[in-house]
Design a protein around this ligand. Structure first.
Ligand SMILES: N[C@@H](CCC(=O)N[C@@H](CSC=O)C(=O)NCC(=O)O)C(=O)O
Length: 277
């Protein structure tokens, strides 16, 4: 069952928030959907946005300022919550595990494995729900921030042909090698194993991919998580070794916040619009 819980006129279109039942996650999920004015004339392509740790569907829709550009280009924006949530869904102390920290993987370990299946939700269930609306076409792109940047890159690389383009802000490119990812993967996937590599962008780039989808990344040089958690040089090295196309822009003075995202989101939306045209 789907319920519309917010509806706001925005740049000639509508910023909505929906709650729908997710069978995959076994809970109700909230999703922000921006419909540009062009939906009046036929189905529009969809840019999926994956947010980072601690976020809900609200962070992107209230802070990134992406609707202006989506309205210009005729793109639907879909911004789901970052994990299963609610009573009966397991949680943990700390902002980097449990609710708000799904890491876009399918958990295999108790108590997480019943609900924490964000990979399947983002790849299959969410687009099927979005595309059941005739306003949305099946032409897709994906982007995200930090944990969501990891999710966007990893999901696009694992699903050749499913997304026309991928981009990220400040992504966790090597979750198997940094504290945020090691904590989450240990809890959700168990002790270090081959399974970790299948959710790790740097490892995926090093492998045999059937599609070398270009990666567009913006990274702030004043990001407080740059050295400990993000380490974009690992991705630069991996892409160089496999000749994988990478456009990594280091932005002087910018931190990890949505002030950074809102400064460059217009370039990302334009990039995806071109790829989905
Ligand atoms: N200091 C924060 C740590 C959490 C944080 O910075 N979250 C980022 C994403 S980090 C990687 O996934 C974020 O997007 N926050 C929401 C926002 O609106 O800025 C804390 O302790 O909460």
């Amino acid at each position: 069952m789907t319920q519309r819980i917010e509806h706001h006129a925005c740049f000639g279109g509508w910023q909505d928030v929906y709650q729908h039942r997710s069978e995959v996650l076994d809970c109700d999920m909230r999703v922000g959907v921006y419909y540009p004015p062009q939906v009046a004339h036929g189905p529009c392509p969809v840019l999926y946005w994956l947010s980072g740790l601690t976020c809900t569907e609200q962070n992107f829709i209230t802070k990134a300022g992406a609707q202006r550009y989506a309205a210009e280009h005729g793109i639907i924006l879909v911004a789901p919550d970052t994990s299963p949530r609610g009573e009966g869904v397991p949680d943990a102390d700390g902002y980097d595990l449990g609710q708000g920290a799904g890491f876009y993987v399918n958990a295999t370990q108790a108590p997480w494995s019943r609900n924490f299946r964000m990979y399947d939700y983002i790849v299959d269930e969410l687009p099927a729900w979005v595309e059941s609306d005739p306003a949305a076409s099946s032409v897709r792109a994906i982007s995200g921030h930090s944990m969501g940047g990891h999710g966007a890159l990893m999901i696009a690389l694992r699903n050749p042909g499913r997304y026309r383009s991928v981009s990220a802000f400040s992504p966790i490119v090597a979750p198997s090698q940094v504290p945020w990812g090691e904590k989450a993967f240990s809890a959700y996937l168990g002790e270090r194993s081959e399974a970790w590599k299948t959710y790790d962008t740097v490892e995926l780039i090093a492998g045999d991919l059937s599609e070398r989808l270009p990666l567009k990344i913006d990274q702030g040089e004043a990001d407080e998580f740059l050295d400990a958690q993000l380490q974009p040089q690992r991705l630069a090295e991996s892409c160089a070794a496999r000749n994988h196309p990478l456009d990594l822009k280091l932005r002087s003075g910018y931190d990890h916040s949505y002030y950074f995202i809102q400064s460059f989101i217009g370039e990302h939306v334009a990039y995806h619009a071109k790829a989905m045209a």
